[in-house]
Design a protein around this ligand. Structure first.
Ligand SMILES: [Zn+2]
Ligand SMILES: [Zn+2]
Length: 370
């Protein structure tokens, strides 16, 4: 039965039969390695890595200088992952009971891990981090990661990854779904747990990338088998909208920027505290400044000039309407720009100057009409 295929096989029937004595787990591991994905053993019947050796279990032992990898042992979980056929043949040949984990980072995989756990809803601010869900929105029926991700995709007018038939999708024994994507470039996407308190794409949606691994399709644990859904057995490129959402939610490493500093909250506060219609004024300014500051997480990109220009234009409009002085506006813009692109102050100053000059001709939220 096609749906029972234990491994997303792409081999010819002849090749398959020549290998029919190989255990399923070895087959799975070999298939993954052929896709370019390093693999490591999972403990029999579990979704956690096979255990470390005695020496590696000793308190105080660290991965640095550990001889196990060189000696061909699988200690330290996904750090031991390999594509070496001999090692793979030995690990799963001798231990057919092992499951298969794929180390996502070196495989350039970004796997969206959607959970369907019975769990009380968190606060509205944690359903879709960074996207406010107003009190008046009825949350009846929203119960798990399938729903939060569907809402996010709908907000962006994009295909819900759970229904994305263009890519490899794997049903988990607990009713969740792994949607596998391939990073189209060298950016190192970071993992996250969507139900934890830190970085997250959406509630009950985890991201498996650098620093994480994913259970390979075909692996069986005590709870059941990870099964491919549909006909596609290859990960599609990470959709640009999803990359953007991952970037927005902090799934790229923030580069160390010497001497960088955030938008000074006190200066912003001073602006927000004065003037009529300050909520709209403050909101308008805050959102454009936030966009400029957010450029700090991307090392390069044309979007920075555009965002800074837009922020300067908005600020110019606010200055023209008398909500803040030109000096205040320039200070805010300069510090946001310096935080995002240190060392490019001269270029930033030019963009700020031209953007503000244009904005000064278009007063924003004139007093009395706010
Ligand atoms: Zn060891
Ligand atoms: Zn070790």
């Amino acid at each position: 039965m096609a749906t029972e295929l234990h491994v997303p096989s792409t081999r010819s029937p002849r090749a398959a039969s020549a290998d029919s004595t190989a255990p399923r787990s070895l087959d799975t591991a070999r298939w993954c390695a052929r896709q370019g994905w390093p693999v490591h053993p999972l403990a029999a019947g579990r979704k956690t890595p096979a255990g470390n050796c005695d020496a590696c279990r000793r308190p105080g032992h660290t991965r640095e200088g550990c001889p196990c990898a060189a000696a061909g042992r699988w200690c330290h979980g996904f750090h031991a992952a390999t594509r070496d056929p001999a090692r793979i043949g030995r690990w799963w040949g001798e231990h057919p009971e092992f499951g298969v984990g794929v180390s996502c980072g070196p495989a350039r995989l970004v796997v969206i891990d959607i959970d369907a756990h019975e769990q009380g809803l968190p606060g509205r601010d944690r359903l879709l981090p960074g996207i406010p869900v107003p009190e008046q929105v009825d949350l009846t029926g929203l119960a798990n990661g399938f729903h939060t991700l569907a809402v996010l995709a709908a907000l962006r007018g994009a295909t819900d990854p759970a229904t994305d038939e263009s890519t490899l999708r794997v049903r988990t024994p607990s009713g969740g779904l792994h949607v596998w994507y391939l990073a189209p470039d060298a950016r190192r996407w970071r993992s996250s747990a969507g139900s934890g308190g830190g970085r997250a794409l959406a509630w009950q949606v985890d991201v498996r990338a650098y620093g994480g691994y994913i259970v390979a399709p075909g692996t069986t644990t005590g709870a059941g088998t990870y099964k491919v859904v549909g006909a596609v057995r290859r990960p599609a490129p990470l959709p640009p909208w999803l990359a953007q959402e991952l970037e927005r939610t902090g799934h790229l490493p923030v580069p160390r920027v010497p001497g960088s500093h955030p938008v000074p909250p006190r200066a912003l506060q001073a602006v927000l505290a004065g003037g009529d219609g300050r909520a709209r004024t403050g909101g308008a300014l805050r959102s454009v400044l936030t966009e400029v500051a957010a450029c700090a997480v991307v090392a390069h990109g044309a979007a920075f000039s555009e965002k800074l220009n837009r922020a300067a234009y908005t600020a110019g409009g606010l200055v023209a309407a008398g909500h803040l002085t030109r000096e205040q506006a320039e200070q805010l813009l300069r510090s946001a720009a310096a935080a995002a692109r240190p060392g490019q102050e001269r270029r930033a100053a030019q963009i700020i100057h031209s953007g503000m000059s244009a904005g000064l001709r278009q007063p924003l939220y004139p007093r009395g009409r706010a």
